[in-house]
Ligand binder design. Structure first.
Ligand code: EPU
Length: 421
């Protein structure tokens, strides 16, 4: 299993390009199931989760052509509407095939994802919404079986804001008969990106980006070409990495517009941030102070502070001046990085969904490991300032969601290398 070895103490400086968004790419790939015609996606990041999704779609009968960051998916023939446990347990986003399969194919058998390192993460809202659209659904032997001759438009109110739930139901509704209204919909930019691609495929979706999405069902969708939005969490992660080292970086191919809550907090911590916007070109420039000020955060659905940036901010606060309170309101078990950060010398107390982080003068390198993607990112960030060597174990989590992480950090001047063990 690969490890990352980081020697702390280097100030990050320079420019890197941000990749396409993992959490936009995964639903967009599933949207290709909705049409017989090819769907071409550009700016697709090279990540393990993307490879897993391609494998799943191929096994269903989808033809895949990949060249550089362009992927073409052709679902003319769908002969196996099945998502096995082995794939779904490694990548929960596989649940996103459920809506498109029932809508287009009339049938789906998708494994229940089960819990994961950050919480129980049930999918009953996905099921409830599809049932409201007339799908017959049973759950047996750990699998969701769904059937429908043609889905019917419905009014759906989700009990909580769910990102993939909104995406699954929005995709299914595109081919339903009549109008579907999703209330309490997720407003995440990835939902908007998906809606834009669906509309380019001939769907009639309006309201994406607000909490009420209306979908007027159509008979069929056609092919389209769509450029995947920049990864706002990758962007935020590199901003945090630069900030903790007192660095100065420019991130290209990304937009500050998706990151207001994160950028506000970085500015509160003492960073100067300039957003550059010109025709066909956007970038973010950050300059950090020698020492950050502690900033309290509370995670909540978009546009509030994202749970996917919580761990990285815990790392920042662990060496900042002062004390920060971090509240995690989305996932019940997303503080697994705290104990590993403590092994590097951080002062963190956890009480339920609240962490109190008191900044220390320095962290010291150690071997650490994490149980999920963003937790691993926080350990890398801490390693950049920890004295001596930090070894981050189990980096397959990072490979699921960060494209060429060590190359990008090294390009900014970090001393980081991947070793095989
Ligand atoms: N929830 C339910 N029932 C449901 C659906 C959700 O109880 O039927 C709960 C979840 O357990 C959680 C909350 O609602 O407590 C919100 O979960 P949501 O459904 O929004 O999460 P998700 O769609 O499974 C996506 C991202 C996650 C990100 C969350 C929250 C993708 C592929 N994944 O997950 O990304 O943390 O939204 O923003 O889009 C990551 O990239 O590291 C990652 C975990």
């Amino acid at each position: 299993m690969d490890k990352l070895v980081i020697t702390g103490g280097r100030r990050l400086q320079g420019e890197i390009a941000i990749s396409g968004a993992k959490n936009a790419a995964l639903p967009l790939m599933c949207a290709a199931l909705l049409t017989r015609e090819p769907v071409t996606l550009t700016n697709v990041p090279a990540l393990n989760d993307i490879r897993t999704m391609l494998k799943l779609l191929q096994q269903m009968g989808v033809r895949v052509a990949r060249e550089g960051d362009t992927v073409t998916l052709a679902a003319a023939q769908l002969d196996n509407p099945f998502a096995p446990y082995e794939l779904v347990k490694t990548m929960r986003a596989a649940i996103l095939v459920l809506g498109p399969l029932v809508a287009r194919h009339g049938e789906a058998r998708v494994s229940l994802p089960g819990g994961c390192a950050i919480g129980a993460r049930p999918v009953e809202q996905h099921i409830k919404g599809l049932a409201a659209m007339g799908a017959e659904i049973s759950v047996e032997h750990g699998y969701i079986h769904a059937h429908a001759t043609r889905l019917k438009g419905a009014r759906i109110f989700t009990d909580m804001v769910t990102v993939t739930g909104t995406e699954n139901l929005m995709m299914a509704a595109c081919l339903a008969q009549g109008e579907t209204v999703i209330e309490n919909a997720a407003r995440e930019p990835e939902v908007v990106d998906l809606a834009q691609c669906l509309n380019a495929m001939g769907a009639r979706v309006s309201g994406a980006g607000t909490d009420v999405i209306r979908i007027h069902g159509v008979e069929r969708l056609h092919g389209a070409t769509h450029r995947i939005m920049p990864d706002r969490i990758e962007t935020g992660t590199y901003l945090a990495a630069a900030a903790i080292t007192g660095g100065e970086v420019r991130l290209t191919g990304t937009s500050a517009g998706y990151l207001d809550a994160v950028i506000d907090k970085l500015m509160d911590a003492g960073c100067e941030i300039v957003s550059e916007k010109a025709l066909n070109h956007e970038a973010i420039h950050l300059r950090a102070p020698p020492r950050l000020k502690a900033v309290s955060i509370r995670t909540a659905p978009y546009p509030a502070f994202p749970t996917d940036m919580q761990a990285q901010f815990m790392a920042l606060n662990s060496v900042a001046e002062g004390t920060a309170v971090i509240r995690e309101t989305i996932f019940e078990n997303r503080f697994m990085h705290a104990v590993e950060l403590t092994r590097l010398g951080a002062d963190i107390r956890i009480d339920g969904n609240t962490a109190v982080v008191t900044g220390v003068d320095k962290l010291t390198g150690a071997t650490v490991m994490a149980t999920d993607l963003r937790a691993s990112a926080s350990l890398v960030i801490a390693g950049l300032v920890a004295e001596g060597e930090t070894v981050v174990d189990r980096i397959y989590h990072l490979d699921r969601g960060y494209e060429r992480l060590e190359e990008k950090l090294a390009a900014l001047g970090a001393l980081i290398r991947r070793v095989q063990s």
